[in-house]
Design a protein around this ligand. Sequence first.
Ligand SMILES: [Zn+2]
Length: 615
Amino acid sequence: MTKDYALNYIVSDMARKNHLENMIYIHDLDNYAVGSHNCLTIPFDKLLAEGFNTRQCDIRPANSVNTAFQLVAVIFQLQSLCQFGGVSASHIDWTMVPYVRKSFTKHMRDGMLYCEGCSEYKANRFIKWLEHESEDKVLHFDNEEFKSLHPEAWSYAMKMTERETYQAVEAMYHNLNTLQSRSGNQLPFTSVNYGTCTLPEGRMVTKALLEVSIKGLGKLHKTSIFPCGIFQCMKGVNREPGDPNYDLYKLALRSTAQRLYPNYANVDWTGNAGYDRNNPATYFSTMGCRTANGMDINGLGQLKDGRGNICPVTIIMPTLAMIAEELTDNFTEEYNLEHPDNNVEIFMKLLDTKIHEAKDMLLERFEWICSQSPDSAKFMYENGLMAGYVPEEGIRSALKHGTLVIGQLGLAETLQILIGCDHTETRGMELAKRIEALFNKRCGEFKQQYKLNFGVYYTPAENLCYTAMKEFKQQYGEIKNVSDKEYFTNSMHVPVWRSMSPFTKIDIESQLTGYSNAGCITYVELESGIKNNLTALEALVNYAMDKDIPYFAINVPNDTCLSCGYCDEFNDRCPECGSEEIQQLRRVTGYLTGNYKTAFNKGKQAEVEDRVKHA
Ligand SMILES: [Zn+2]
């Protein structure tokens, strides 16, 4: 209903026509009319330090790691009511450092009182003195004076802080897997990035996040679906033996092999150039699905916190390729194309026209969103969750830092239509690069011209891959290697049914990821046996990072018996207890989805079944 309303009364004729003719898809039309935006990386450093207001009450700043993690879950929840897409934390390990220290100080006082029998007076005075002496007026784990003068209290405080951190993380996982978002039937799409903090307090947080992920949730230790964990690989920090966080990278790999999470973000990605090494809020981080914030044309640089995607559209390229084919045989003036040469040239011209129209569709929606009252997302604006908001200037002052992204669907099928092969062949790759270069060039020009963050987006298309194909088939029927299945291939991915080694897949996709600056993901399918070969897994993730892949994920089959908790790949029947109640977890976009046979649409189910393992 709200979809039809937006289509009939809000968007322009051009936008409606493109949407209905399966050429440019307007995402989340349901939410168009209310004028909400897509997603946000939440500035947790600020919110936890300053507290925030909700409709019911003021929330004070966090005073312990336990409170801080509970507030993270609350903030994720409240923000996801202000928008229609995901929420993320860009560097949760760094964010938590002050709160781990606050907890540590409390436990240290208890340690002095109850392990060492100090008087309250003495303990308080000593702590005050240490805090006064320390540079940032807070106690650190490695305070030598405390360690040497009160060794028993120190050991006690370390143990208790570790326990509290672990329990706080566990509670956050539990909350994020049970909270409901606005629609009432879906959990908020939450992601947490971590892994680069080398301070002992931050390392403790990362370790807890990974250990809870490995352990799983509840009685049966089920793989948790939220938050999407993203480990940030960074040279000199966690990549090599001898790096301070190399042990945490290894722990991350163990978790991935068993639980699919974490995924891997590449802090050294060339596309994130210009970031500030001293500010982890500028390190490359991503939404679980893949949406990422690039360089801000309006002054915030590579800052991720307080920014997000405002709205996406996706160009359904196979439709354009079919039109180009028809025009080659039967040229008409309809699309204002001059000098048609051959089908590829016609396609490139048509694509260029459609990229411009996609830009206009995004501008339309951007203006619509900017015309809303700040009260429509009170929590977000009142508490400064979106960076740059100046009340006197209106909400545009904040929205202009977000991204407007032009997505794409079905590069592989497009190439098949145009030249009879996809980008797994040299000829296909040449044309693929030409296509992606055009997207990239135009988005760069639009960014300068409109002073808005236009970007190239390799769309997740979880539903669109199916609905767009259904419409395509109605119009063009079944074409070999194009529409002889239920789905279009995601963005510029190699088709899931192509057999190749995971290294080859990375080689191919890494030639195209550099054209995207608003988000992309590369994943490979592995056998569940990978958990017995973590060295191979490490080599693979390293290979992807070294090939300059910005965001990398591993798909490992994850079937859990709901009777006994046994977890492996076994499809319909548990080999341990014989139960047929099985949860089959698979990845759709970047996030995991519980039982794909009920949670996925027909196209995505077919895609999952066609996926070949990369070995
Ligand atoms: Zn079982």
